[in-house]
Design a protein around this ligand. Structure first.
Ligand SMILES: [Zn+2]
Length: 439
């Protein structure tokens, strides 16, 4: 009998590998930061022993959820400006608020709140695009959460963070060098969008990404405004424009991709560009409906993202799964699209693949990192159970998440954070609220 750190047992175990079949009365053996083995509880308990064996009754285990596009620090702008179009929202509210408030201390505090919100909702990894990512990285390591942190690049200086465009690249290279060997943090570079980044800055970002083999995280084809602006500047759509400057590679993952032609979908598939679908942000800003079912049919790897909390307004991937699964059925007048298995795949395995962590996380498989979630299904809205996948997509809420493990460490234990003081984080958020509301 081999001794392991944990044997996590559940009535239902979803590995998100192979044919996606459910392991009834399943168990995961965890040793150190890794998944040692997975199977039925009977098989696992024949081979392994542990001092920590979870009971598993009325529980389901699935891989930690992955939020592939957010701006975590924007949680402090949650509900600051709602019910208006993207450009007005950005230019009149979000950018001025960021200009006034965003400092290293702001990012440190806000990322704490975002991480707590995501962990309690079963999100074990997020991919971010923002500034002061060194500070975000320190915070995540302290908490124990996984992050793919993209150093933002825009064409204009940002007081306190980048006095010139060169500073964005210096900061990005410093971030990459500081964190490239980290267990939890994967640094990357994040040119904002075609309307805020010149072709030269995109190319510089691409060179840096190639030099260090790190992903590029950008916004792409989010609104009709963006497409029109790109046509005006370059005579091309955003996808054609990025293709013409060599950005469309397997290292790129792009948020939104709402306004795509059929040819552009084929091109994204051919170039192995990953897509982060942010349905709730697109709905709230009335940006449009991304052609998700067409992209999936064309072989594009589509994952899910919340975008920042200022345009969502929460960071729940369970919420994105449910919304995406329903909206695309209505949009395509086809109830078979984005079925409940596909939605969980998008939220787990596909997510890990597009952000460059496919070998490390996204499914429950021996050798991968132990990033997983146990949900309590002993609830009225989760009974009876005929198909557990259906419940996770259509019925489960963040408050059903009971235990969250990242890298073999339990960060949420019976709904309580183990590495941070949630009350203190909420208190700090309210102190910022008092300052920001009077801006
Ligand atoms: Zn975004």
């Amino acid at each position: 009998m081999e001794k392991v750190d944990y044997i996590l047992r559940a009535d239902y175990l979803l590995t998100m590998e192979g044919d996606l079949s459910v392991i009834n009365d399943g168990a995961v053996a965890v040793t150190g930061s890794n998944i040692a083995d997975v199977g039925t509880f009977a098989d696992i308990s024949e081979k392994y022993t542990s001092e920590k064996i979870s009971s598993g009754k009325n529980r389901v285990i699935f891989p930690g959820l992955i939020n592939t596009h957010t701006h975590a620090a924007m949680v402090y702008f949650r509900g600051l400006a709602d019910d208006m179009p993207l450009q007005e929202w950005l230019e009149k509210h979000i950018w001025p608020a960021e200009g006034k408030w965003m400092t290293g201390e702001f990012v440190d505090n806000a990322v704490g709140l975002a991480a707590v919100e995501m962990l309690k909702a079963g999100v074990t990894t997020y991919a971010d695009q923002y500034f002061y990512q060194n500070i975000a990285a320190e915070k995540l390591v302290k908490i124990g959460m996984r992050g793919v942190l993209g150093a933002g690049v825009i064409d204009f200086p940002f007081t306190g963070y980048a006095q010139s465009v060169d500073d964005y690249f210096i900061n990005a290279e410093n971030l990459i060098n500081a964190w490239k060997d980290s267990e939890l943090i994967s640094p990357c570079i994040a040119p904002h969008a075609t309307y805020t980044c010149s072709p030269d800055n995109y190319k510089r970002a691409n060179e840096l990404s190639e030099k260090y083999n790190v992903p590029i995280h950008t916004h792409l084809a989010e609104t009709q405004f963006e497409v029109a602006e790109c046509q005006k500047r370059y005579g091309k759509t955003p996808v054609e424009h990025l293709e013409s400057i060599g950005l469309l590679t397997e290292r790129l993952f792009a948020a939104h991709c709402v306004w795509l032609t059929d040819n552009e979908i084929e091109l994204l598939s051919k170039r192995s560009v990953g897509v982060s679908h942010c349905i709730e942000s697109n709905l709230k800003l009335a940006s449009g409906f991304a052609p998700v079912s067409k992209m999936l049919n064309a072989g594009v790897t589509v994952a899910l993202g919340t975008d920042g909390a200022a345009s969502n307004n929460d960071l729940s991937i369970l919420g994105e799964m449910s919304t995406a699964a329903k909206v695309h059925k209505a949009v395509s007048m086809d109830p078979t699209v984005v079925d409940c298995r596909t939605s969980l795949l998008m939220a787990t395995k596909n997510g890990a693949e597009i952000i460059g962590l496919g070998e490390k996380t996204g499914s429950i498989k021996p050798g991968k990192k132990a990033d997983l979630v146990i949900a309590d299904i002993d609830k009225p809205h989760l009974n009876p159970v005929y198909d557990i996948y259906s419940h996770i997509t259509y019925c489960m809420r963040p408050s059903d998440i009971e235990t969250v493990m990242v890298n073999g460490k339990i960060l949420v234990d019976n709904r309580k954070l183990t590495t941070v003081d949630e009350a203190e984080i909420l208190d700090i958020a309210r102190q910022w609220q008092e300052k920001i509301k009077d801006q």
